[in-house]
Design a protein around this ligand. Structure first.
Ligand SMILES: [Zn+2]
Length: 349
């Protein structure tokens, strides 16, 4: 979280931050970044603390590896980081005087609303519940009052830089920081999967990473992975190395966005439990295990992908009849009818 911090003019002395905090001239801003096309497990955050009086700013960015990576998670991580930094300042130099309200800008309305809420208990079903727990625990002990405000994103697309508000400029800078953090995470293969967040008291860990919300989903995925490994390495006779070559976690994320019917079809097709001749005979729903189209024995799921019946059907469709001579056409029709008739004959017996 603190691996990439930019100090003003390389000066690490944070006294100006305390002065700005007491003077009420300090503002914060954060933004998150996520690119699901390039990585579904990385999200990043960029943050800035800026002193309006001295024009000094402290900035940072980081990238996190999590199976729950998302744009929203990046935003929440940024808010979490800023709040932790303020807690560190407050702890380092505690003040008997009350602080003026500090504004933190964020372009994600949902994250801003969550940051404002007061919760004794964070529900496990909430998105990024782990970040929210850390955020809540920090909030309880932080004596600096914070006002979370929404700022429109990417205003530099519409207005020249000089016409942007301070919050708009800080948001654009945070956006660049977050994108830079995400790029570094992708290039360096950042894989800090198992770390607890600061002020996060406990977490449930799975091989795919930390449970960021309801662990039931992670538990189902983990048990499913184990059962798939047993199935493919025993019944399908795969080697363990072959099984591990498949990116199961990425496959899981990809299939989450597909319709249920497609996922059921893929499960049946890949496990060879679709209604092929082999399975129909095993379930005693047929006495013949042959493919009804090409008459091949022991019809399997794999055969469906290479069955020449597709070619036969194409060959015998009226639109292609004219392109074949009589003998070839007779062969195609006879072969197909013979297959259908033989299976039907067995079914009637
Ligand atoms: Zn066939």
């Amino acid at each position: 979280m603190w691996s990439n911090i930019h100090f003003p003019d390389g000066n690490c002395d944070p006294c100006w931050l305390m002065d700005a905090l007491h003077a009420g001239t300090l503002v914060g801003c954060t933004d998150g970044s996520y690119n699901g096309k390039r990585s579904t497990v990385l999200s990043s955050a960029g943050w800035i603390l800026y002193d309006k009086k001295s024009d000094l700013r402290l900035a940072g960015s980081f990238c996190e590896h999590s199976p729950a990576a998302s744009s929203y998670r990046g935003e929440m991580l940024g808010l979490c980081a800023l709040q932790l930094l303020l807690l560190a300042l407050d702890t380092w130099h505690p003040s008997s005087e009350s602080y003026p309200v500090l504004s933190i800008f964020c372009d994600n309305e949902k994250a801003g609303e969550r940051a404002h809420e007061e919760h004794r208990r964070v529900k496990p079903s909430w998105s990024c519940a782990d970040v929210l727990r850390s955020f809540r625990n920090t909030k309880h002990i932080l004596s600096i009052p914070i006002q979370f405000s929404h700022v429109p994103a990417h205003m530099d697309d519409l207005l020249p830089w000089e016409q942007l508000s301070l919050a708009g400029k800080l948001n654009c800078m945070c956006d660049s920081l977050a994108k830079d953090g995400l790029r570094r995470g992708m290039e360096s293969g950042y894989a800090d999967t198992y770390n607890l967040l600061p002020n996060e008291c406990s977490a449930v860990m799975f091989p795919s990473g930390k449970a960021s919300s309801d662990p039931a989903d992670y538990l189902r995925q983990s048990l499913g992975h184990r059962e798939a490994q047993v199935f493919y390495t025993t019944e399908k006779e795969w080697s363990l190395e072959k099984f591990d070559l498949i990116s199961w976690d990425d496959l899981h994320v990809t299939l989450l966005g597909k319709p249920l019917a497609f996922r059921v079809w893929l499960s049946k097709q890949s496990s060879d439990f679709c209604a092929t001749g082999r399975q129909m005979k095993r379930c005693k729903m047929s006495v013949d295990d042959r493919c009804p189209s090409c008459w091949k024995k022991n019809e399997s799921a794999g055969h469906l992908c290479i069955c020449p019946s597709a070619r036969l059907q194409t060959c015998t469709s009226p639109s292609t009849w004219l392109s074949y001579d009589d003998l070839l056409l007779q062969y195609f029709v006879e072969t197909m009818l013979l297959g259908w008739y033989t299976v039907a004959w067995h079914l009637e017996r």
